[in-house]
Design a protein around this ligand. Structure first.
Ligand code: DON
Length: 312
């Protein structure tokens, strides 16, 4: 191990140590029964560097569903096929409200504020279905993520997807409201079926940090510079992550961590340090905005220690 890598490994180990010391851990998501079983004591972190090397600490090799982080991958896929036409159906502004808010959708005539609130992500998935049947669309999403991560072992946890489907009244309400405004083009159950399954994509922190490399390295996979997403598109997706990736907590996250990032209710967060690294953290307890409480603390610690922010 080189000197720099040793230092980074120490920082990651210390972040996990800090995570274990914290008495406050947030609350595990309750509305998806399979997620409610998670242990809030768990904490993991992994970093993939520009040479392709991945290092980690804590529970970094325990697989979890990525939930809303999948919205980053479907957005990239959708923009790749539909291009800027998507922006007629979804905005690019922070929402200032909960990720599953219904109120805002009515006020704004069925045009979701951004692609990361649930309504916006449902529209993105619906737009992907313009060119694929539901099963094909799902296959396309999985292959895209596997290609980004360079790992064909990444799979969908059907049990978690079904668990969400059984209790997904909010998302069904959002999808029906979108349909009533003419902003859902496929049957509600088709679009939501794909959406629940994409949220149940399962990765450990190492796999997720690898899948997110394109955000840190201008759309490429790092060392071999294979262009997976255009440079401009990767930069723009990162911009939306910075402003909207943590819902109504995006401002506080930018203040404390200072990186484009996306959270999921499983307690995972994917963050990009432009030109340097891709980071994935996991700890299931959430803050009031549905973002990992300990995960944010770990990112705050690492970015402060390494001086890794987009504002430095
Ligand atoms: O649709 C839902 O409610 C979940 N499958 C995903 C929400 C989510 O991850 C919000 N992020 N923190």
């Amino acid at each position: 191990m080189t000197q720099n890598l040793k230092k980074l490994q120490t920082v990651l180990d210390d972040a996990i140590h800090l995570a274990h010391q914290s008495e406050e851990r947030g609350k595990v998501a309750q509305y998806i029964p399979e997620l409610a079983k998670a242990d809030p004591q768990k904490a993991g972190i992994a970093i993939t560097l520009d040479n392709g090397e991945t290092i980690g600490a804590g529970d970094w090799q325990q697989p979890n569903t990525i939930q809303s982080i999948s919205k980053v991958f479907t957005l990239a896929l959708c923009l790749g096929t539909l291009g800027d036409n998507l922006w007629a159906r979804v905005g690019r502004e922070p929402s200032g409200s909960a990720f599953d808010s219904i109120l805002q959708l009515e006020h704004e005539n069925g045009i979701p504020r951004n692609p990361f609130v649930n309504a916006g992500a449902i529209v993105v998935t619906d737009a992907i279905l313009a060119t694929y049947q539901p099963k094909e669309a799902l296959g396309e999403i999985v292959r895209f993520v596997q290609g980004l991560a360079g790992d064909d072992q990444i799979f969908i946890d059907g049990k978690v997807a079904r668990s969400e489907e059984e209790t997904g009244h909010r998302n069904r309400a959002l999808a029906h409201y979108l349909a009533s405004c003419g902003n859902l083009h496929n049957p509600v159950e088709h679009t939501l079926g794909v959406y629940y399954n994409q949220c149940a994509l399962t990765m450990d922190c190492a796999q997720l940090s690898r899948a997110g490399r394109f955000l840190a390295f201008a759309g490429t996979l790092g060392p071999n510079r294979q262009q997976m997403v255009s440079m401009k598109r990767a930069r723009r997706i990162a911009a939306i992550m910075l402003t909207c990736g943590h819902y109504d907590g995006s401002g506080d996250f930018a203040y404390r961590v200072g990186l484009p990032a996306k959270s999921g209710v499983s307690g995972m967060i994917l963050a990009a340090v432009p030109g340097i690294a891709s980071i994935a953290v996991w700890s299931p307890g959430l803050d009031r905005n549905g973002n990992s409480y300990i995960g944010t603390k770990m990112l705050e610690y690492v970015t402060n220690q390494m001086d890794w922010t987009v504002f430095s």
